[in-house]
Design a protein around this ligand. Structure first.
Ligand code: G
Ligand code: G
Ligand code: MN
Ligand code: NA
Length: 253
């Protein structure tokens, strides 16, 4: 299909980009972390959703090329932060279970960090459990990554297949509450209760909890009152191109 050829071209010709969205601690202030999000502005079709980019890469046999491209941008951001004297901002990248199962993500990532002299503790890998079979396919690689000091975050937590058992099996040190449970929690008893429960779970299990999809001041205030330690969403900061994200992270010291 066209999309496969176009993606191959985009990868070769700088047509893809990685943007970054800030993640804030409960006190606000400067970002505590950055999440990398792949972006492709197709010359004809416009913005292509990341899920379609990843799917097109799989069809085109470009899964590893795409991962290496994103990793390179993520490492570039880590290097820029270090060069600017910022050593406490972690950069997170999303890896789908399919990518994780298909290619040696652990070796690729750890080799690259070693080659660049970057500490693994500055990197986070976000993974979404999409099917019940995912865990077995990715467990060993996540173990290798977490043993090396890379933090694993279970993304989109609270929907889909993620279970309490998978938190242990996937070596998660962090959970990101899916935005469908967060957006509007100040006016929904159901959402409020679910978010409160995940926060209690995080405290009990020693997991960091991030609320995604913070879109309003009301939801932010509610999350703060609940003691949510990390916050992410359009109300706090949108995904922006790397130079802009880095400028903020470095300037807001
Ligand atoms: O960028 P956006 O908010 O539209 O992301 C939509 C979905 O695509 C999210 O589930 C996000 O995790 C995923 N996504 C974004 N960037 C990447 C990436 O680099 N790799 C993978 N596998 N998924 C990504
Ligand atoms: O699945 P994942 O959590 O990686 O998804 C990240 C996606 O969520 C990105 O596409 C990002 O652009 C989007 N996103 C980030 N903050 C918000 C928000 O506050 N509201 C909505 N609707 N989407 C958001
Ligand atoms: Mn994510
Ligand atoms: Na998510």
């Amino acid at each position: 299909r066209d999309s496969e050829r176009d993606l191959s071209h985009a990868l070769a010709e700088n047509g893809l980009a990685v943007w970054f969205q800030p993640i804030f601690g409960e006190g606000g202030g400067r970002a505590a972390g950055l999440e990398a999000l792949v972006r492709w502005n197709h010359p004809v079709h416009g913005w292509v959703p990341p899920g379609e980019i990843v799917a097109a890469a799989a069809r085109a046999g470009l899964t590893e090329s795409l991962l290496r491209f994103i990793l390179e941008q993520v490492c570039g951001a880590m290097q820029a932060l270090r060069a600017g004297g910022v050593t406490d901002i972690r950069v997170a990248m999303n890896v789908s279970p399919r990518e994780m199962a298909q290619i040696p993500v652990d070796e690729i990532v750890l080799d690259r960090l070693r080659a660049l002299g970057l500490p693994p503790s500055l990197l986070e890998i976000e993974i979404t459990e999409e099917t019940a079979l995912d865990i077995e396919a990715v467990q060993d690689k996540l173990l290798a990554l977490s043993r090396a000091g890379i933090r694993v975050a279970l993304d989109d937590f609270g929907i889909g297949y993620s279970s309490l058992a998978s938190l242990r099996q996937l070596r998660a040190g962090r959970v990101k509450i899916d935005r469908s449970l967060v957006t509007g929690l100040s006016t929904s008893d159901d959402k409020y209760g679910l978010v409160q429960a995940v926060l209690g779970l995080g405290r009990a299990l020693g997991l960091e909890v991030v609320a995604e999809g913070v879109e309003t001041a009301e939801d932010l205030a509610t999350l703060r009152a609940l003691g949510c330690p990390f916050l992410q969403g359009y109300h706090l900061g949108r995904p922006v191109p790397a130079d802009q994200a880095l400028w903020h992270a470095l300037a807001c010291r």
